[in-house]
Write a protein that binds this ligand. Sequence first.
Ligand SMILES: [Zn+2]
Length: 452
Amino acid sequence: MRYPILAAALLAAPFASASAQQDPGLDVSEERLRADVEAMVGFYTRHTLSSQTDPERGIGAALEWGIGEFREASAACGDCLETRFIETEVSGRRIPEPVRLRNAIAIQWGTERPNEVVIIQGHIDSRGSDVLDAEVEAPGANDNASGSALTIEAARVLSQHIYPTTIIYALLSGEEQGLYGGNLLADYVTEQGWTVKAVLNNDVVGGSCGSDGVCDAENVRVFSEGVRADADAATRARMRSMGGANDSPSRNLSRWLDTLAAQYEDGLDVRQTWRSDRMGRGGDHLPFLDRGYPAIRFSVAIEDYEHQHQDLRVENGVIYGDTIAEMDFPYLARVTQFNVRAADRLARAPMPPRVTANGIVRPDVLLEWQPVDGAAGYTVWRRRTDERDWNQRLTVADAGDGAEISVTLAPDRGDDWIFGVSSVSADGSESPVSSAVPGGEFYPLPQGDDSQ
Ligand SMILES: [Zn+2]
């Protein structure tokens, strides 16, 4: 379908609001989250090298408990979840002897496009001061029983609804030893051939104050990468020429989350943090980024360094250790609520399109993209190259007749703008914006393409 030349008329709404739907975020239970964190802390340690077989202590018991919670959620929705362990054997710098590594996952299949997946995940393993010490008590309350409880609660709440696309809930292990569980799941997803719309990685999401007394219970940080990890030399060269260092799918997922958060008066605000993770540190969203999948990390606004990765002790009057006493459960409930709202919307929305923009030595700009499954229409966005947000909504294109869609914006002097397009479902759920720059697509990039 070829659209006529359109003047760049600005439309008012900054974000297509979904049709009136019930808000599953309101079903999140702070009490259940607290009970789940208490249960996980009760395993004494969840270190990846701890016992796999002890029924009461160690990583094995914690994973069995976790998949049991998924099974209970499934029983409550008429067996709507497929639950399973995925496993491998790993060794490495922080795993001196080969060890069995398992993730517990629950799959809520989509009814229309089951191959499209949104992943909500948290790592369930814990550690003390010495990353190799599998014996010491390691409650890992905030890091990361909080993100694991969030994942389980999201499964309970969202499994009461039916979605056109698939949601995967994952409890990962081996994070503290080197992101092994994240790598295992990212490989698994690749082997299945699934299309990953978004990975919401939750790691340290249940506290609001630092040890220095600085508190913030109103924001949650969203970490996103700029230059995408899977861009090869040819793509990076095109990014330097055309723009694209600030328009990865991860970055646009971050913008989308920020815009979504602003729609809820009772919710947290998003603090977009434009780096892959905290300085010099990592998390289980990184293995997905490495493979070209859109992924972000949720984490608390204020990190508490004396109550993570620390053996329980008192030193010079300072209490160390990652205990429940240091957590903020109302805050955890709000982060959970936001994950639920985001996954609900993402699971309804189509994939963002792959868009190209041509404005080379011409006054108008030609945007082109292929139709997307499940899209009832598309929204064209732009922003100045130095602006943070998609603040100008230009035009709305309908679903078309199945042929390539092209929109000419004139006169628009493309050099001064970044353009993008979102997909919109029939119920009004809008995808993140896919930027019309090299590496903007929400799909893994081809590798080794040095021809351009
Ligand atoms: Zn962690």
